[in-house]
Design a protein around this ligand. Sequence first.
Ligand code: FAD
Length: 455
Amino acid sequence: MNVARDKSITLIGAGLAGALLATLLARRGWQVDVYEKRGDPRVKGYEGGRSINLALAERGRNALRQADADDEVMVHAVMMRGRMVHFADGRQQLQRYGRDDSEVIWSIHRGDLNITLLDLAEQAGARVHFHRRLDTTDFETGSARFVDERDGGRHDIDFEALVGADGAGSSLRAAMIEQVDLGERVDFLDHAYKELEIPPSDDGSFRIEPNALHIWPRGHYMCIALPNDENTFTVTLFLPNHGDPSFESITTGAQASAMFLRDFADAVPLIPQLEADWERNPPGVLGTLYLDRWHIGGRAVLLGDAAHAMVPFHGQGMNCAFEDCVALARQLEAHADMADAFAAFEAERRPNAAAIQHMALENYLEMRDRVDDPDFLLQRELEHVLQERHPGRFVPHYSMVSFMLIPYATALARSEIQRSILVEATRDRQSLQSIDWESVDAQVLARLDVLVDAA
Ligand SMILES: Cc1cc2nc3c(=O)[nH]c(=O)nc-3n(C[C@H](O)[C@H](O)[C@H](O)COP(=O)(O)OP(=O)(O)OC[C@H]3O[C@@H](n4cnc5c(N)ncnc54)[C@H](O)[C@@H]3O)c2cc1C
């Protein structure tokens, strides 16, 4: 099924990854057609329907720079310096993500970002076809059928190769699985999420510190809030599906209000429409999608959420999808044969996607249950000191994932070593005063080499 190379490619999905990939490829002289099931968000407003804002980190920014999109996107981005932890007793504490304001993440609006990328894709020469939902695919003949959901109209096309950027519920993936076993496995989290809003205060300003990602950790559940550039915050409550409290035990706005008064008391005055938001917004499911294969010869390949949807707790799903786009564009340039390019792309990205999927699951536990725990805070303190004592060698986990471009798999392997050093060094200790520095330094030197960032 290897396909001769004529620099023509068909993308399914004009979401975040589809629009960025279209730009990168069109700029390299590819003839790019993108088919998107929804309408054009520039005409009817954005109908994305989930997570209004997203944390953009260095990996995502690096990819945006390659499409000359970074400047435009950053105009509306809000800096987040760290986690503002809201303790149950009402105290707040800013836990910085990095050393200074050169190491921060950014909150961006999903709809605005998508529109910016669509504009760039079209300017680069990509053709974006809206109201075209992939329905059926024939990989042998290279033909696909799309449906316009407004009138049921069918539209048939011929293709050389398909790229599935059609998200977690990918239709292309389903069609591929009818052909070959991709080894699909989905682990749903027993937690879901619900979005609420903190509007601006009466004078139009932000109601709480804008330059932070706010977290209300409460053990088995938590709330977070990310700022938007119109001085609002999008609040996301993550709650178990069963037990108490859960989406099973709390079904009405009034019950949600009572839970917030008990568990998130300082957030209640900030969310005046809590009950209405609760009743209006359905809970969203969360899960991790694992595949053993991402491509069929030179005919079809998956990327972004279609290949490796993950839980959102490291804020890396989009960042990882953007890295995929850069990698696929590079591999398509490096290989004359499409099948070779897809295989090289999968070999490069699949282990890294698995690593960030794993770290995203781990981060849920950290955010909801550990950020207010004294052991964890001492380990964070030690992490910062070791970063100063061993610059370039002991690089905090969060920095490797969010501020660097090293492969996720490298970040995971080094994080595991570093965590064992931190846990061992702080065991049964209340402060850094009693740390055995000689032993810790020896561990760092023996187990970690100097880390050089990827280009
Ligand atoms: C609650 C939540 C919070 C998140 N927060 C962050 C964060 O802070 N930072 C971060 O990096 N990531 C975050 N993510 C993850 C991020 O949203 C995804 O990783 C990202 O959207 C993946 O991009 P994508 O282009 O692969 O898929 P999508 O953005 O889902 O785009 C898929 C596109 O394909 C279209 N489509 C679907 N089916 C078809 C079809 N049959 N035919 C044609 N078109 C189709 C869809 O309409 C859509 O436009 C979060 C996710 C959730 C759920």
